[in-house]
Design a protein. Structure first.
Length: 276
């Protein structure tokens, strides 16, 4: 069981290298084996109607500036979440080591005490050495802070996963969250930003679901660890939208994504990729 902990820790030092120079994003491992990007696979295998809608939107006046602004905000918010979780993780690990505050659970993963994790998160968010917010996205980061404060354990933040079927990507976080019964569950998380004041409709979450399912399958293949549930955490200026994903949904979305991988690989072999 301890092997799972070691394999999980190894993902912090994954050396996948991203390459955006070709028609689509790829990752390479230490042996120079190539993996197609999860997001590239989803873009190129999207339904024709979805591609057409994106193309029409991109032709509207101001669309380029609007997309750049959204990307900049998304990048800044992701960076804030990543740095906050990494700082809190370091604080929690150091404190647990000093106090012998570790406990290994049935899933084979070691966790600091809840009190240590809560203290570490409070310091990373509000302490004198807290992660600074960028002014342009401060409304977004303030809305994510209560969620971050309530995390029960931090396992990984911003880590690479790859899968033998030929894909790779960067997952935002692997944490423990509290389920409706009050128990902590291992949760794989994807942070998203959204510029509107209302919830993102479910029909526009399908790619997000496939993406998190793909990451969970990569995590399982590399470590033997599979999340108990997933979370698409959509951060808005005026609040949060939390789309929880059950264990069965995660497995189903992972299987559906593998079909997308096969479709994408066929497009590559037949040289059918076009800019999207």
């Amino acid at each position: 069981m301890m092997d799972r902990q070691n394999l999980l820790a190894g993902l912090r030092h994954s050396s996948l290298v991203r390459d955006d120079s070709g028609k689509h994003r790829i990752y390479r491992d230490e042996e120079q084996k190539e993996y197609h990007s999860v997001t590239s696979i989803l873009k190129h295998t999207a339904p024709i109607e979805q591609k057409a809608a994106l193309s029409n939107w991109s032709k509207r006046p101001g669309s380029i500036e609007q997309r750049e602004l959204a990307c900049n905000i998304g990048t800044a918010v992701h960076l804030y979440c990543e740095q906050t979780l990494k700082l809190a993780s370091i604080l929690a690990i150091n404190s647990a080591n000093k106090r012998n505050g570790w406990k290994t659970y049935e899933d084979g993963l070691a966790r600091p005490s809840q009190a240590i994790t809560t203290w570490a998160l409070q310091n990373a968010i509000h302490g004198k050495n807290k992660v600074e917010e960028q002014w342009a996205c401060s409304e977004y980061t303030r809305n994510i802070q209560p969620f971050l404060e309530d995390i029960k354990a931090i396992h990984l933040s911003e880590f690479n996963v790859n899968h033998s079927s030929g894909y790779a990507g960067q997952c935002d976080a692997l944490i423990d969250t509290e389920n409706p019964d009050g128990h902590s569950e291992l949760t794989i998380v994807d942070f998203k930003t959204y510029g509107k004041d209302t919830d993102k409709p479910e029909k526009y979450l399908q790619d997000h679901l496939l993406q998190i399912g793909a990451y969970n399958e990569g995590l399982y293949e590399k470590t033997g660890v599979r999340a108990k549930r997933g979370l698409i955490c959509i951060i808005r200026k005026n609040g949060l939208q939390l789309r929880w994903v059950t264990a069965m949904e995660l497995i189903g979305c992972g299987a559906l994504f593998k079909e997308k991988v096969a479709e994408f690989q066929d497009m590559v072999e037949r040289d059918l990729l076009v800019a999207v």
